[in-house]
Design a protein around this ligand. Structure first.
Ligand code: B12
Length: 222
C-alpha cells in the first residue's frame, strides 16, 4: 500500500476528464481519518469519456455515471493505495463540507457550491482516502476565493424556476419533481435546470445540452 498518490494521478484522471479538486487532512472531529483527495470535474470534460465508456457496454447500466466513476476512480484508488469514497453511497459522506474545506467554497442559494471560475458547473465524483498525511505539494489548502453570490444583487437563480422550487428558504424538492413530471416539465428535462442556467457566473463552463438532459433525467428518475 502506498500512502500518497504518485505523480501520475493527474494525467490518469485527465484522460477521463477528471481532476483533483483539492485535498485536506481529516481532523479528530471527523468520522474518518487520513487525507481526503477530492476527484471531480469542471464543465463537461467528463461527458465524452463517459459516453465513450457507455458505448462499450452491452445492455442497460444501472446508475451509469456512478458505475463509470466507480470503475475508473476505483481502479486508480487501488493502484495508488487509497480507499474509494463515493458521493451516493450511504451513509452519505459530507462531500460538500469536504469541498468547502478543500477549496474554500460556499453554497449558492441553490445549494450547489459556487466556484469563482466554474460557477455552478462543477462536480465531485469521488474521493480518495489515504491513511497517511500527504506531502504539502499534494495537500495544498486553497485560499478562500471571493463568493460570487455575495456580489450578485439580482439573484436570478431564485426567480427562474417555473415551479418556484428555489427560494431563500431552500430547495423544494417535491415541487421540483412534481413540475418536472407534469405536463409542463419537459423543458426542464431537455434544456436543463432553469435556475442553474440563470446563474451568470462561469457561463463558459455550462454543460452542453445533452449532458444537462442526462443529469436532469437521472435526478428526476425518468
Ligand atoms: C441527498 C442529495 C441531494 C438531495 C438533497 C436533500 C437534502 N435536503 O439534503 C436532492 C435529491 C434534493 C439533491 C438534489 C440535487 N443535487 Co444533490 N446530493 C445529495 C447527496 C447524494 C447527499 C447530500 C447529503 O445529505 N450529504 C450528507 C451531509 C452530511 O453532507 P454535507 O456535505 O454536509 O451536505 C450538505 C448538502 O446536503 C447541502 N444541501 C442540503 N440541501 C441541499 C439541496 C441541494 C439541491 C444541494 C445541491 C445541496 C444541499 O447542505 C448539506 C450541509 O452542508 C450529495 C453527495 C454527497 N455525498 O454530499 C449530492 C450533491 C450535494 N448534489 C449535487 C447536485 C449537483 C444536485 C443537483 C443539482 C442534481 C444533480 N445531481 O445534478 C440537484 C439540485 C436540483 C436543483 N434543481 O437545484 C452535488 C453538488 C455539487 C456542487 N457543485 O456543489 C453533490 C455534491 C453530488 C455530486 N456528485 O457532485 N441532492
Amino acid at each position: 500500500m502506498r500512502s500518497a498518490p504518485n505523480e501520475e494521478l493527474p494525467a490518469e484522471l485527465a484522460s477521463h476528464g477528471l481532476f483533483v479538486r483539492g485535498s485536506f487532512e481529516l481532523g479528530v472531529s471527523d468520522e474518518l481519518s487520513g487525507t481526503i483527495v477530492l476527484v471531480g470535474s469542471a464543465g463537461d470534460s467528463w461527458w465524452q469519456p463517459f459516453q465513450n465508456w457507455l458505448s462499450t457496454r452491452t445492455g442497460p447500466v444501472a446508475n451509469p455515471l456512478d458505475s463509470w466513476t466507480r470503475e475508473i476512480v476505483g481502479a486508480l484508488a487501488d493502484s495508488h493505495g487509497a480507499h474509494l469514497v463515493m458521493p451516493n453511497d450511504r451513509p452519505y459522506a459530507p462531500f460538500q463540507q469536504w469541498a468547502m474545506r478543500a477549496e474554500g467554497l460556499r453554497a449558492s442559494p441553490l445549494g450547489i457550491l459556487m466556484h469563482p471560475e466554474y460557477g455552478l458547473w462543477h462536480s465531485y465524483r469521488a474521493a480518495l482516502l489515504f491513511d497517511a498525511r500527504l506531502p504539502e505539494k499534494v495537500n495544498q489548502q486553497a485560499e478562500k476565493p471571493i463568493h460570487a453570490c455575495d456580489l450578485c444583487a439580482g439573484k436570478p437563480c431564485l426567480n427562474a424556476c417555473p415551479a418556484g422550487a428555489h427560494s431563500r428558504c431552500g430547495f423544494d424538492h417535491a415541487a421540483c419533481l412534481s413540475h418536472v413530471h407534469g405536463d409542463k416539465g419537459e423543458a426542464c428535462l431537455v434544456d436543463g435546470c432553469f435556475s442553474r442556467n440563470a446563474c451568470p457566473v462561469g457561463a463558459d463552463w455550462r454543460y452542453q445540452r445533452e449532458a444537462q438532459a442526462f443529469l436532469q433525467r437521472a435526478f428526476a428518475g425518468s
